[in-house]
Design a protein around this ligand. Structure first.
Ligand SMILES: Cc1cc2nc3c(=O)[nH]c(=O)nc-3n(C[C@H](O)[C@H](O)[C@H](O)COP(=O)(O)O)c2cc1C
Length: 165
């Protein structure tokens, strides 16, 4: 069955699920890592659990497994450039946050982006090996809504867009 399915068609089909866009961050040995991720989702209300799925080759992957904590910034409309920046494979980690307004999460040391719609700080409670990705499940230990009236950045069929109620 698996062999009969086409990878491009698979991407086309799952890409028709519209998502928001987040930047997930972690800090390990003083080095800050970031990854644009639309695999973020909330999982449980009791306790507060969320997940995201880093690809194994991404540099944040091993760093987040080792650090055991991560931050999530939910991007707002107009933050496409930040999404692109932290999705650029192989970019220099040195200075990757230069010129990007941010704060440092008080509980995790992870970078939180200032213009984000909402931010979360999380402690990893479980990981699941999943093909070329790992599912990272985190307990939410810190929350903020810096921009209560902001609008979300959306991702659909490989393109960015805005939210229309
Ligand atoms: C909108 C969008 C969503 C993405 N979502 C994910 C994701 O959920 N998981 C993931 O591993 N990569 C995702 N990527 C790709 C990574 O951001 C990208 O491969 C990564 O930053 C490369 O990091 P590296 O330079 O350490 O290899 C996404 C890219 C975009 C543009």
């Amino acid at each position: 069955m698996e062999g009969a399915l086409d990878a491009l068609e698979y991407r086309r089909v799952v890409g028709r699920f519209a998502t928001g866009v987040t930047v997930v961050t972690t800090v390990l040995d003083g080095e800050c890592h970031a990854l644009t991720a639309n695999s973020f989702t909330s999982v449980s209300l009791d306790p507060f659990l969320v997940l995201f799925c880093p690809e194994k080759p991404a540099r944040l992957h091993d760093a987040v497994l080792a650090s055991g904590t991560f931050g999530v910034s939910v991007l707002a409309e107009g933050q496409q450039e930040l999404s692109r920046r932290f999705a650029l494979r192989g970019r220099s980690l040195d200075g990757q946050f230069d010129g990007v307004p941010h704060t440092v999460g008080p509980l995790t040391g992870a970078i939180l982006l200032r213009g984000a719609l909402s931010t979360l700080e999380c402690r990893t409670v479980s990981t699941v090996d999943a093909g070329d990705h790992t599912v990272v499940i985190g307990e939410v230990i810190g929350l903020d809504v810096p921009h209560p009236t902001g609008a979300p950045l959306l991702f659909y069929e490989g393109r960015y867009g805005g939210y229309r109620p």
